[in-house]
Design a protein around this ligand. Sequence first.
Ligand code: UD1
Length: 371
Amino acid sequence: MHKGLKTILTIIGARPQWMKAAALSRVLSDTQWGIKERVLHTGQHYSHDMAGRFLSELDLPKADHLLNVSQDPAERMGQMMGGIMHAIEQDQPDAVILYGDTDSTLAGAWAASRCGVPVVHIEAGLRSFDRSMPEEINRILTDQLSSLLFCPSNAAVDQLTREGIVTGQRPELRVEVSGDLMLDTARHHGSEPLPLPADADAVLLTMHRPANVDDPHRLRGWIEAIGTQASKRGWRVIFPVHPRTAKNLVIAYGPDWKNADAFDSFELHAPAGYLDMLKWLGEVRQVWTDSGGLQKEAFFMHRPAVVLRDATEWVELTDLGFACLCAEPMALDACVETMEEMPPAHWDKDLYGTGKAGVAIAKTLRSWLNR
Ligand code: UD1
């Protein structure tokens, strides 16, 4: 549609995608790349706390297509696929750009493949090897359907190699390490790692994975362990509560859950914006989280992470001791103590690049689109 330009259609829709897409959109807005970006927002996340606030805070381009989808995962998958196919028909893009591992990502991969449009996957090659997670299925399928794959780390390239996804395996197939766009975004917003304040007495907690929060018994187990471990050390738990978790806390503790004794050491917040999270990362001793992105943001800000899961796709962090896996509430004490007694050193490792992933991706994308 834009003579002389290549057109890409970027698909975004869920909270973890805003930080990644913002970094590349900023780079591609420079006309030197000859790439016109169109944006489709699937509507997977729709509220101010989960979507609107990030879009303005991170200055993401306004969506050219906005879908309105159900919250039921099966229904919304079909609606997203249909909506994306329709947008592809209108925009006639040269490629579709996808981020990460959400249902919006997989919907984009499926729709583009059905329309014969090449798929570009950013954050390719990650695996937790836990197929009970929808994200793991989304990653595997999206990587299989992609033609240009940008990996955040060398470990991710190695994983794709083990799966037979290597440059040249099909004529158009290309795999590359680009670094991590989340680092670009963090540095763009001025977050440089800060030394731990001498009086730091808080941890930052996020928890929203269905495996941790959907069963009230398990959720109570986590909350009680977290409260106990924090109060024993005289720490505050800064806890921005995800909407899924809030719904389940009502079931676990009743409508007045915020006043339950279990939350005495907690400082409760609505889901936080990006800049609030960066500010808290500078203030806390440790990060306790089941989020993939926050594990890395903790690393970018030189804070140890206790990962409230039995596996992570960010294997470098656990291999090198920047993060520690904590699969069960009863293991929390030991994980926290390990991080306090043997805090990670050598934070200066460039595990995810140097904050210039956007430019690296734009360069490759330009040459690949003009191949
Ligand atoms: C998705 C991603 C997951 C990501 C998570 C971050 C998939 C398979 N999962 O989960 O990888 O870590 O987002 O949040 O794609 N809600 C709101 N406002 C919104 C969106 C949701 O209140 O804008 C509520 C819903 O009503 C529901 C809950 O939050 O109660 C569901 O949210 P979430 O757990 O994020 O579900 P997914 O979108 O499936």
